[in-house]
Ligand binder design. Structure first.
Ligand SMILES: Cc1ncc(COP(=O)(O)O)c(C=O)c1O
Length: 334
């Protein structure tokens, strides 16, 4: 038995999802003629309470497009130092959009409005780089699946508005934040100018993310998506997987959260740190633990010298958790 806890991106489409993909009505999406893509975009925009949406191949592209709509070359966007956009998207903002980042430190990725206030520098030219936007992440991946406290999000939105800054939300796992907090998706995204959500993480679709914003911004993002070479043709086959995921796999994320909590309890995660489907363990030698666990068929991610990450998902059931605990407990406690 292989238990793959490296990420919630490793899920394989279920038979129901594959059937939906096979049956999807399709057309040429570059001409705007794919009915399944159009319908997915309309449903995600409505769910998130935004005017319009654009289906894109990946969360990285959703973020890239979102950020480039908010800042121009030579301008900056601020985010926390563990943000996926800063740590794991290979410098896209600099490489493709000429945008620089500055970052604030955040424990477990939790937003600290005073740290943001201390960092931003709106209208700072011509001597300093002007901040144009603030980017947040909810849930926070490298923070350990942290749900951002609603009060802090509201305070950052107010801060941004008061100094004319825009806001981007990396909502790759917004669905997890919704299920864990009980807040609606629209409540979680209210006040943001651009939001990217992923269908290929906990929701179990093989490919696809969606960027939402105003109709004008999404029209501009559509041009940039094509310019990046990501105009897709009969993409309805992929969008159908996303639509299926929205209909079948959102509320069940609660099961992933319960299983992650069990893993965290049994493996000694810091109390209160497992809020959704990600468990972070502080171990003496993360690479050694990951290597030994792999030999026993349990895959986990070593993301730093002491940083071990385990992620529950659709393809992990209770037996898999039991097996993971059997293999990992002696390794992380020993
Ligand atoms: C928080 C967050 N944002 C963005 C992404 C990027 O998504 P993708 O791998 O689809 O580019 C990820 C991927 O794990 C993520 O965890």
């Amino acid at each position: 038995m292989i238990v793959d806890l490296r990420s919630d991106t490793v899920t394989k489409p279920s038979s129901g999802m594959r059937a939906a993909m096979a049956d999807a009505e399709v057309g040429d999406d570059v001409y705007g003629e794919d009915p399944t893509v159009n319908s997915l975009e309309a449903s995600v925009a409505a769910l998130l309470g935004q005017e319009a949406a654009l289906f894109v191949p990946s969360g990285s592209m959703g973020n890239q497009l979102g950020l480039r709509l908010l800042a121009k070359p030579g301008e900056e966007i601020v985010c926390d130092s563990l943000a996926h956009i800063a740590r794991a998207e290979l410098g896209h903002a600099a490489a493709f959009s000429g945008i620089t980042f500055r970052t604030w430190q955040a424990t477990r990725g939790v937003i600290d409005v005073e740290a943001v206030r201390g960092l931003i520098s709106p209208d700072a030219g011509p001597y300093l780089v002007s901040t144009k936007a603030i980017a947040l992440e909810n849930t926070h991946n490298f923070g350990g699946g942290t749900v951002q406290p609603a009060g802090q999000v509201a305070a950052v939105i107010e801060l941004a508005r008061s100094c004319g800054l825009a806001l981007h939300l990396d909502g790759a796992r917004l669905w997890n934040a919704h299920v864990a907090s009980g807040l609606s998706l629209a409540e979680l995204t209210a006040g943001f100018d651009t939001v990217s959500v992923c269908l290929s993480k906990g929701l179990g679709a093989p490919v696809g993310s969606v960027l939402v914003s105003t109709a004008d911004r999404i029209a501009e993002a559509r041009v940039w998506r094509k310019r990046y070479g990501a105009g897709m043709r009969q993409a309805g086959i992929l969008a159908a997987a996303g639509q299926y995921a929205l209909e079948h796999n959102v509320e069940r994320l609660a099961e992933d959260h319960t299983r992650a909590a069990r893993l965290g309890d049994e493996l000694g995660a810091n109390p209160g740190t497992v809020e959704t489907n990600i468990v972070v363990l502080d171990v003496a030698d993360a690479a050694a633990v990951a290597g030994a666990a792999r030999e026993a068929g349990v895959y986990v991610s070593a993301l730093g010298p002491r940083f071990l990450r385990l992620v529950t998902h659709l393809d992990i059931d209770d037996d898999a958790i039991t097996r993971a605990i059997e293999v990992l407990a002696p390794l992380v406690k020993g």
